[in-house]
Design a protein around this ligand. Sequence first.
Ligand code: NDP
Length: 399
Amino acid sequence: MAKVIIIGAGGVGGVVAHKCAQLPAVFSDILLASRSEDKCVAIAADIERMQGRVIRTAQVDADNVPELTALLEAERPDLVINVALPYQDLHIMDACLAAGVDYLDTANYEPLDTAKFEYKWQWAYREKFERAGLMALLGSGFDPGATNVFTAWIAKHHFDEIHTLDIIDVNGGNHGYPFATNFNPEINIREVTAECRHFENGEFVATPAMSEKMEFTCPEGVGTYNIYRMYHEELESLVVNFPTLKKAQFWMSFGDSYLKHLEVLGNVGMTGIEPVEFQGQQIVPIQFLKALLPDPASLGPRTVGKTCIGCVVTGIKDGVEKTVYVYQVKDHQDCYKEVQSQAISYTTGVPAMIGAKMMLEGIWKKPGVWNMEQMDPDPFMADLNKYGLPWTVIEDYKL
Ligand code: NDP
């Protein structure tokens, strides 16, 4: 029995709230708080109709640390689940420290003015959380999140030493729009247009965005897609926590229409993050673009097809080289029927709920700031199977 505050009522926040509401024995009291309370109220109404649970809502600006601290002190939750935007991470961590509350998120902190995707700011909070006897679990979504746990599980059960890691994220879904993003457009575009970095022989190597691609055929008939190498934040913690890794790469599928639109938008300056003067007003192009694009939370009813996200790991077991692939396939429309969302938000929200459950049940519980692969992967993997994200392992896989 525990009380949680979920901060953020977007696509992911909605899924987390639904999934927590499905487990009243763990999440007995749920408060959904966000900048715009009307979005929380709409999600709460869906939850009452679909899950038969009443959850409470509140308005909060998570960038206002005193305001958020006051909410946490008044509510005294056991845990804050942060599914607002990466810009809020440090402010929410500060409020958690001030009010003495554990913390969980799904994306690492990013300053508004630079798209960096680095853990250094949040890792700098380790001592503060340790001293306060509090826990912060970072990156409990799918990627980062389940992919970190897949890697830890593969390393634990299949290898003496792991050497290469390829994280492959395919979205074989179609929403019917010429251009839309499956999660927050601003964060998505910042991530996709960033310089690519992969890890090789002890260091990160930079290459131009989208300059390396290959064809990948997903299992279970999901299809064959072009996947592009890009930087993704879990690489940073995984190469630290698995120091035997010689090479680590992240790949994501993109359709031709998505890439063409992105190229044109980039060429005309619409993906820029620096403010520009427009009719006497300062506007940030990417924020204006976000206002024009479909809200990812509205894609649920129209997205068909499947996602397939997994990790291919090579290494040595008993002196023999081998390759193991662990993946998860999810159908967009199945997600919509269950929680009114497409699979991108679903595959992020379910691991956030499971990470929270691990902490609240004391299964993953230690003071400090932790990445997912630093915890025992087994109970999390078992819960993925139980709560909507069943996975499959293929031994002796050939990439
Ligand atoms: P959305 O843009 O749909 O939702 C973000 C929500 O946060 C909105 O409700 C927004 O409020 C709220 N918010 C923004 N600023 C504040 C603030 N200052 N105070 C309170 N609430 C605020 O994003 P998504 O749901 O798509 O993504 C949520 C998070 O999940 C992001 O951090 C994203 O990076 C992460 N993510 C992680 C993935 C993973 O696998 N690890 C995959 C996909 C996403 P308002 O409605 O007023 O705008």
